[in-house]
Design a binder for this molecule. Structure first.
Ligand SMILES: [Zn+2]
Ligand SMILES: [Zn+2]
Length: 175
């Protein structure tokens, strides 16, 4: 999370809300691409109700179970050229996500540079962030896997791809 950001890194070139797929895709001035699934985005809501204020915890800090309406992206409005304000399926719309914070929370593996020990600590102490990081990692893993499968099918080497994947996966699972 301490990535040094260059010019244009917090200036979006395009912001695309894919409501059907439940994603928000941002392309930044430095060429970086950020893709949030809407559940992750909802958990990042910075508003006073969700995050708390004056040192008091907010609603999201209590670890609620979010309904599908609460993570359904209905609309995204631009706010003063520095932030976006999503409207959610439950009507919530008071969270202003600044471009800076969106880039800061970019969930891609390059930007998410948490130490393994720190993540382990988060998991052990049941922090919400640990569930977010695990989900992000799992989604990333599946995206990589699906991309690999698509490429393998296109290039008619699916059998070889599957053999390599399975041998690696089984080795990892052996104690
Ligand atoms: Zn909120
Ligand atoms: Zn990133």
């Amino acid at each position: 999370m301490t990535t040094a950001l260059g010019a244009g890194s917090t200036s979006p070139i395009s912001i695309h809300a894919d409501r059907a797929a439940g994603r928000l895709d941002i392309e930044w001035g430095d060429g970086h691409q950020t893709s949030f699934d809407t559940t992750t985005l909802r958990w990042l809501c910075p508003c006073a109700f969700c995050r708390g204020e004056a040192g008091l915890p907010g609603w999201l800090d209590s670890g609620p179970t979010l309904s599908s309406e609460q993570t359904r992206l209905v609309d995204v409005a631009l706010v003063g050229g520095y932030a976006i304000a999503p409207t959610w399926g439950d009507g919530h719309h008071t969270g202003y996500y600044t471009f800076e914070s969106l880039r800061h929370h970019c969930p891609c593996p390059t930007c998410t540079k948490f130490e393994r020990a720190y993540v382990h600590h988060l998991v052990r102490s049941g922090e919400i962030l640990s569930a977010m990081l695990m989900t992000q990692h799992n989604l990333w893993f599946y995206q990589q896997l699906m991309q690999g499968l698509r490429d393998a099918i296109t290039e008619t080497r699916l059998t070889a791809f599957a053999a390599v994947f399975l041998s690696r996966y089984r080795r990892l699972r052996t104690p």
